[in-house]
Design a protein around this ligand. Structure first.
Ligand code: FO1
Length: 463
């Protein structure tokens, strides 16, 4: 089982102990198609020791709520079973990962440690603390990107235009199929760890304003089924239908990508295999989203620590928004009003209802939704904070590089270019309801998400 070594970054070397190799799972919460797990598996076999998989449950991860933990923990239950079936022990730790994972590695006298790559500040900080505390080799393996983020570019890229050719050149080397994870030769038997999801969730405050998501199933199996369903039903019209929120032509895969229950690389391999049936333009459109756009998001978050703040905007975006910060706003709302969908716009309130009720929103609507927050907030800095807060609170795939970049693109022109100057937006690309009406049946969308007899607004959120 040879894993391309350039998928891993060796953060430290050390003698290591006489215990197992530890894979500290965090972003890529799956057994199959996981380069970090495969790398740890290969290391453990080479050292003739068992493999352990640990996940540390951090309380209050960036404000995540019951909706997110329920989806994630159910998926982890499947990971625990998948590990046990291969003679690999899965352990669930709780608390501050920077401390608990280091403690665990010392307790089991880890031979070496592998963790998966995640560009978010909090994750990089956790990893640095484990690197400092554990005297063993520690590898960070990029299991999320097809072309490893640290290989694709060593600096913040200006946009898709500058990253795309670099990805294109490297794709043939990295877009390979995954080896299966076999039974471990140094298997550890014992009672498989049963994740008691309901007990684990009981500890969290139920949040009336953010209902559980029930219309999609979490976990690796469900993710595989969602991918097959997408390829059969929606990929054939993907390139066209991508901008029609009523057509439902979304891949619907982003929650599975976010929690690592599906590898973007698996999705790309499967979509490319269907090229004959579904047509090249649809495959290319999907690859652009799942590879170029997604890797550009990781690139931005890795090389720009202000990825979720006004400071992270391109200079032209900051300048133009500041120049128009004093423009008169026709409407201004605070974030509770936005959260409850109580603006003057039925279309915007419908989009917020879709996000609040389902934890997902169509890509095209997300752009319109965020841009109106810019237009109807007192100032651009508050607009950005509101959009990030709403997205992290309600979107199943919030707290993700893709989400932060999407918001900064919409509100401040990140990875976009200057457009015709206008009030409030300055040269940030403008979108409005009339543009939506040209693209899709707005009335149908509003009827779907704001049914005349349904509740007009969600309950007041506890901020
Ligand atoms: N990663 C962890 O290692 N431990 C957690 O407890 C954890 C909770 C969590 C809750 C919501 C959410 O959206 C993400 C969460 N993550 C957690 C991180 C997640 O796995 C991804 O790594 C990042 O959010 C995407 O970069």
């Amino acid at each position: 089982m040879d894993i391309n070594p350039s998928r891993s970054h060796l953060w430290r070397t050390g003698p290591g102990g006489r215990g197992p190799v530890v894979y500290w799972m965090s972003r890529d919460q799956r057994v199959r198609d996981n380069w970090a797990l495969l790398h740890a598996f290969a290391l453990s076999v080479a050292h003739r020791v068992p493999l352990r998989v640990v996940f540390c449950l951090a309380d209050g991860f960036l404000g995540a709520g019951l909706r997110h933990y329920a989806f994630m923990l159910t998926g982890l239950g499947e990971v625990a079973a998948g590990c046990a079936a291969r003679g690999i022990r899965f352990e669930l730790l709780r608390g501050d990962p920077g401390e608990k994972v280091a403690e665990y590695c010392r307790e089991v006298d880890a031979r070496a440690v592998v963790t998966d790559f995640d560009p978010l500040r909090v994750k990089q900080e956790w990893m640095r603390r484990v690197v400092a505390a554990v005297d063993a080799d520690l590898y960070e393996t990029d299991a999320h990107n097809v072309v490893p983020c640290r290989v694709a570019s060593h600096k913040r890229e200006y946009g898709a235009r500058t990253l795309r050719p670099r990805i294109g050149r490297l794709l043939p080397e990295y877009l390979e199929d995954f080896p299966e994870v076999p039974e471990h030769p140094f298997a550890e038997r014992g009672p498989g760890l049963e994740l008691d999801v309901s007990t684990l969730l009981a500890g969290r405050g139920a949040d009336s304003g953010v209902p559980l998501v029930t219309d999609i199933l979490p976990g690796e199996q469900a993710a595989g089924a969602a991918l097959r369903e997408f390829i059969e039903m929606r990929l054939p019209g993907y390139a066209q239908g991508r901008n029609d929120p009523n057509a439902g032509m979304v891949s619907g895969l982003s929650p599975y990508f976010h929690f690592g229950q599906l590898a973007p690389q698996r999705a790309v391999l499967s979509v490319m295999a269907a090229r004959q049936e579904v047509g090249g333009e649809n495959v290319d459109a999907f690859v652009e989203e799942a590879v170029v756009r997604r890797e550009l998001s990781d690139n931005f978050c890795l090389y720009c620590p202000d990825y979720d703040r006004f400071e992270g905007l391109p200079d032209w975006g900051k300048r133009t928004l500041a120049a128009h910060a004093g423009d008169r706003r026709e409407y201004t709302y605070d974030r509770e009003t936005f959260a409850r969908g109580l603006t003057h716009s039925g279309l915007w309130n419908a989009a917020q209802a879709q996000l609040r009720e389902t934890g997902r929103m169509h890509g095209y609507m997300r752009m319109y939704w965020a841009k109106k927050i810019l237009e109807w907030s007192p100032d651009p800095r508050q607009a950005l904070e509101t959009a990030v807060w709403l997205n992290d609170r309600y979107a199943l795939d919030g707290r993700d590089p893709n989400g932060y970049v999407g918001v900064l693109w919409s509100v401040g022109g990140l990875h976009d270019r200057p457009w015709t100057e206008r009030p409030v937006y300055g040269q940030v690309r403008y979108m409005n309801e009339r543009g939506c009406r040209r693209k899709f049946d707005v009335e149908a969308y509003i009827r779907t998400w704001l049914p005349p007899d349904g509740p007009s607004a969600g309950p007041a959120p506890r901020s």
